[in-house]
Design a binder for this molecule. Structure first.
Ligand code: NAD
Length: 299
């Protein structure tokens, strides 16, 4: 079992650190928010007064932070203080450039590093069923895999430094676009007098089938566990979807990739977020589409 330092004990990091403790790892953590530290402490995480203190004696350092600037800043603080041989793992969702910058800090200090963003949300973090998509050298990935297994059920090595973040933003661009597509289909069905259940029963076994429909259905009824049945409480907040779509657009701009639907999805989520819905589940975008609807033109 490893001595793990865990920096960032929020909605995702808190339960992930808990699962490391449950798997028998010795975990020392730090977060800027005292309440998050208290919750982690109750789950068996030793709390340190700073990130630099948390990593003392650790063989693995994991960060789970809001954005790229936080990761580069925390890695800039802890990498120089880390012992030789420490493995650095960032599980946050950040832009590919920041991920590569963080890898660069580790490389300059002679440390191995992996970017390993996750899919699966808070539910997956609690149940230890996250999917990790990892970027980094093969030997760094091999070292990370044994630790990540305590927090997830699928761990994929996507390629070199930054490849995990690249996979994450490509996947979430598909998700943002497909959710809007499914919501548009339900909004049109409503106008046509077709029941939600009828559209679901057909599309779930036809060529329109996708995760946004069959696992996360944006209307109440067909998939009882989806946030639509719980007044669109997240789940996966629209503000986080917007963040990921913005990361995808930044990467598309940098690389010259053409992603017109990704760009439009970003605009649609930006309007939803701008109207005060950032904390609403991202499948609540169906409400926004209904609001955009014109009066029925058939009369
Ligand atoms: P969160 O805001 O709940 O947690 C982030 C934590 O980092 C906070 O507790 C904050 O206090 C802490 N923090 C910030 N700067 C710090 C610093 N300098 N030192 C120590 N702690 C610091 O966010 P979250 O929902 O846990 O998400 C974390 C990351 O995971 C994000 O990059 C997010 O995009 C990604 N993610 C989230 C979900 C989800 O469903 N919530 C799903 C997949 C990926």
């Amino acid at each position: 079992m490893a001595k793990v330092a865990f920096i960032g004990l929020g909605n995702m990091g808190g339960p992930m650190a808990d699962n490391l403790v449950k798997a028998g790892h010795q975990v020392t953590g730090f977060d800027l928010v005292p309440a998050s530290c208290e919750a982690a402490k109750a789950a068996g995480v030793t709390i340190a007064p700073s990130a630099a203190v948390a990593i003392k004696g650790a063989s693995v350092v994991i960060t789970m932070l809001p954005a790229g600037k936080h990761v580069v800043s925390v890695w800039g603080e802890v990498v120089p203080a880390a012992a030789p041989g420490t493995l650095m793992i960032d599980c946050s969702t950040v832009d590919v450039d920041s991920a590569r910058q963080a890898h660069g800090l580790a490389r300059a200090a002679g440390l191995k590093s992996v970017d390993a963003p996750v899919s699966g949300g808070v539910g997956g973090a609690k149940a230890a069923t996250l999917t990790f998509m990892a970027g980094g050298e093969a030997d760094a990935f091999a070292g990370a895999k044994s630790v990540l297994e305590a927090m997830g059920k699928k761990i994929v090595h996507c390629g070199a430094a930054g490849a995990g973040q690249a996979a994450k933003i490509c996947n979430n661009m598909i998700l943002g676009i497909s959710m809007i597509g499914v919501c548009e289909a339900f909004a049109l069905a409503e106008k046509l007098g077709l029941s939600h259940q009828a559209l679901f029963d057909v599309a779930a076994t036809s060529s329109g089938q996708c995760w946004s429909l069959t696992s996360y259905c944006p209307v109440p009824g067909p998939v009882p566990a989806s946030p639509a049945n719980n007044d669109y409480k997240p789940g996966f907040a629209a503000a986080l979807m917007l963040k990921d779509l913005r990361l995808a657009q930044a990467a598309a701009t940098t690389t010259g990739a053409a992603t017109p639907l990704g760009a439009h999805a970003e605009q649609i989520y930006a309007a939803f977020d701008g109207a005060g819905n950032g904390g609403v589940d991202f499948s609540g975008i169906i409400r926004h589409l209904r609001d955009l609807a014109a009066p029925d033109r058939r009369t």
